[in-house]
Design a protein around this ligand. Structure first.
Ligand code: GLY
Length: 423
C-alpha cells in the first residue's frame, strides 16, 4: 500500500511513523510533512488547504490510502473530493465532519441520539446570548459554533466576563463567522478524557483512552494552547467504562448519523468529562487528537493501516479489536518561549538526534535552515514520548530525555501524567 498522510504536525508525524511500520505499507508520503516525517517517508510540499493539488498528488503517486490529520481540510470537503475521483481516503465527508465544524449541529445530533452531554442553548444574536448568560449559574461555557483554531471556547468565571466575551465574538467578530452562532453550556466538573474511535459508519473500534493538557503552565494555569502534553491509557477509564462509553456514546452517534443518511467514516473523537453522574460529551472532533495521537499510537500493536483502510472501505467488521502493549505512554510538548502568544522562530534545536532509543520525538514546529541545521519554526516544536511499564517510569524517562534537548527559550510542563503517580 502507498499511503499519503495530510498534515505537518506532531500528530501527522506519529501517524506516518505508525503507518510506516505496517507490513502492508511500502511507501509513506506526507503533505506537507516536517523534518521528522522526512526521516520516515517522502515529504511533498503541498499545503493542507490546497485540495486540488492534494487530489492530483494522490493520483500522481498512485496512493492507495490517504489519511487526513487536521480538521480544516475535512470541513472543506477533502474526503468528498477524493471519493469523487475514486481515491480511498480515511475520514468523514464534509457533511459528517460538521460534528466538529458546527458545535450547534453536533449538539443537536447528541440530543437526538440520546448521548449524555452538557445542557446547552443556541443563540445567534449578541443581545439574546448576553441576556441568557446573565441568568446562568457560573462558570458559563461559551462556545463559538464554527471552527476557531482552538480559540472558540471561553469559560467565563463572572457574568461580566461572559458578556464581554460574547461581545468580542459576536459584535467585534474576533473569530469571524465562527461565532455567528454560539452555544451557552452548563459547566461540567470532572476529569477530561479523550476517547477516539475508528469507524466505518456502522462498526466503531475504540482506541485506548488518553488525557491531554491544554493549559500552558503547570497546575493547569496560564492560557489555553493546542496541547502541552498527554498520556495514555487513563486508569480511571477501565475496560467496563470503555464498553459503556462505546455503547452509550460512540455507537449511538454513528447509528443516528447513519439513520440521517450520513455514513460517518474515519475517526470520531469524543472529548468528555467523567462527571459524578457518568461520562458526558463536551465536544466531538472529526479527527485524531494532537497530542493524544503521540501517546496512543506508541502503545498500539495492531496494524494502523489495516484499521484505517477498513474504515475507509466499510469493512471494519472484518477487523479484530485493536490490541495494545501493556504499560503507559507519556508525551511532553516542548514549545517556543512565549507560546501561545508571540514567540521567536529559527532557534537552533540541539540534542534531538542523540535521544536514547527508548524515546520518540514527534516533530511539529521544526524546520531545516539553509545549512541543514534543525531550528524551531512554530509554537509547539516537538513532542517527546516515553513508553514504559508504569507512569512513574515513563515520566522519569521522558523528563530525563528532555533534559538533553534544548533550544533557546524552550518551555514545557513538568506535570504531565503526575496525577497518575501522586494520587
Ligand atoms: N488535544 C485536543 C485536540 O486535538 O483537539
Amino acid at each position: 500500500m502507498r499511503v499519503l498522510v495530510i498534515g505537518g504536525g506532531g500528530r501527522e508525524h506519529a501517524l506516518a511513523w505508525k503507518l510506516s511500520q505496517s507490513p502492508q505499507v511500502s511507501d509513506v508520503f506526507i503533505a506537507p510533512g516536517n523534518p521528522g516525517t522526512a526521516e520516515i517517508g517522502t515529504n511533498i510540499p503541498v499545503p493542507v488547504e490546497d485540495i486540488d493539488r492534494l487530489v492530483n498528488t494522490a493520483e500522481h503517486h498512485r496512493i492507495d490510502l490517504t489519511v487526513v490529520g487536521p480538521e480544516a481540510p475535512l470541513a472543506a470537503g477533502i474526503v468528498d473530493r477524493f471519493q469523487a475521483r475514486g481515491l480511498t481516503i480515511a475520514g468523514p465527508t464534509q457533511a459528517a465532519s460538521q460534528i466538529e465544524s458546527s458545535k450547534v449541529w453536533a449538539k443537536a445530533i447528541m440530543n437526538r441520539a440520546g448521548v449524555p452531554t452538557a445542557r446547552a442553548e443556541r443563540y445567534d444574536t449578541f443581545e439574546a446570548a448576553a441576556d441568557a448568560a446573565l441568568d446562568m449559574p457560573l462558570p458559563i461555557v461559551i462556545k463559538a459554533s464554527g471552527l476557531a483554531a482552538g480559540k472558540g471556547v471561553v469559560i467565563a468565571q463572572t457574568h461580566q466576563d461572559a458578556v464581554d466575551s460574547l461581545r468580542d465574538m459576536m459584535v467585534e467578530r474576533s473569530l469571524g463567522d465562527a461565532a455567528d452562532e454560539v452555544l451557552l453550556e452548563d459547566y461540567l466538573v470532572g476529569l477530561e478524557v479523550s476517547i477516539i474511535g475508528i469507524t466505518d459508519g456502522t462498526t466503531i473500534l475504540p482506541l485506548l483512552p488518553s488525557c491531554d493538557y491544554k493549559r500552558a503552565l503547570d497546575g493547569d494555569n496560564g492560557p489555553n494552547t493546542g496541547g502541552m502534553g498527554a498520556y495514555c491509557p487513563v486508569p480511571s477509564v477501565d475496560p467496563e467504562l470503555m464498553v459503556e462509553i462505546t455503547r452509550t456514546i460512540l455507537q449511538p452517534t454513528i447509528d443516528h448519523l447513519r439513520e440521517q443518511g450520513i455514513e460517518y467514516r474515519g475517526v470520531l473523537y469524543a472529548g468528555m468529562i467523567l462527571t459524578p453522574d457518568g461520562p458526558r460529551v463536551m465536544e466531538f472532533n472529526c479527527r485524531f487528537g494532537d497530542p493524544e495521537t503521540q501517546v496512543i499510537l506508541p502503545l498500539l500493536e495492531s496494524d494502523l493501516a489495516e484499521l484505517l483502510y477498513a474504515s475507509a472501505t466499510g469493512t471494519l467488521a472484518d477487523v479484530d479489536q485493536p490490541s495494545w502493549r501493556n504499560g503507559a505512554a507519556v508525551g511532553v510538548v516542548l514549545a517556543s518561549g512565549g507560546y501561545p502568544g508571540d514567540y521567536r522562530k529559527g532557534m537552533q534545536i540541539q540534542g534531538l538526534a542523540d535521544l536514547s532509543g527508548d524515546l520518540l520525538a514527534f516533530h511539529a514546529g521544526t524546520d531545516k535552515d539553509s545549512d541543514g541545521t534543525l531550528v524551531t519554526s512554530g509554537g509547539r516544536v516537538v513532542t517527546i514520548t516515553a513508553v514504559e511499564d508504569s507512569f512513574a517510569s515513563a515520566r522519569e524517562t521522558v523528563y530525563r530525555g528532555i533534559s538533553g534537548v534544548s533550544f533557546r527559550d524552550c518551555q514545557y510542563r513538568t506535570d504531565i501524567a503526575a496525577r497518575e503517580v501522586l494520587s
